[in-house]
Ligand binder design. Sequence first.
Ligand SMILES: CC(C)(COP(=O)(O)OP(=O)(O)OC[C@H]1O[C@@H](n2cnc3c(N)ncnc32)[C@H](O)[C@@H]1OP(=O)(O)O)[C@@H](O)C(=O)NCCC(=O)NCCS
Length: 176
Amino acid sequence: MKDAYTMVSCSWKHHAALAEIGASTFYETFAADNTEEDMQAYIGKTYAPKQIALNLAEPNIHYYLIYQGTEVMGYIKTIVQFEVEKLEGKTLELEKIYLRKEAHGSGMAKVLMDAAIQLARTEKANNLYLGVWQENERALAFYKKSGFEIYNTRQFKLGARVCEDFLLRLRIVSDN
Ligand SMILES: CC(C)(COP(=O)(O)OP(=O)(O)OC[C@H]1O[C@@H](n2cnc3c(N)ncnc32)[C@H](O)[C@@H]1OP(=O)(O)O)[C@@H](O)C(=O)NCCC(=O)NCCS
């Protein structure tokens, strides 16, 4: 029998695990479409353990890790925001949702997404939103089956390369 999944709401002590899973899943996802130099520059800045520790200290940022047994398989990062173009009121951004390749299709993505939706309800946010590269077809299919709709576009820069993103949102009915 496979080990059950465990979700953990992160604190400072998880910063090294978050840095490792963040860097390795970002590399796995985007290395084929970008230069090694751009990848390393982005990873060095975004996933440095020190940077993750600083993020964890921000009251509006939350991370969750998902484990299978004792192994870290994926994570989410969320940010509470108040002024997001085209969205009204309080909003939760699902800034990152990443699983190791071997966990794709396992059902863990739904567990992570449900945690983000629950956090949005607890925060009494009106919307959960995220940005996704328009060519990331697997992620787009997952978001659509999770109930998200495209409401805008934006550009995301990785080194010299400009990527076209869709912005997607899920309306949230908050807990009382
Ligand atoms: C995005 C992510 C969390 C989704 O988790 P997942 O386990 O892959 O999601 P699921 O398998 O439940 O759903 C993906 C769906 O896309 C389908 N799919 C797979 N490849 C596809 C493709 N090339 N085009 C369209 N649909 C595709 C799958 O069949 C599945 O649909 P189904 O459940 O109806 O069969 C995961 O793929 C991931 O971590 N990817 C790498 C990191 C990433 O891209 N993160 C998002 C950045 S915005």
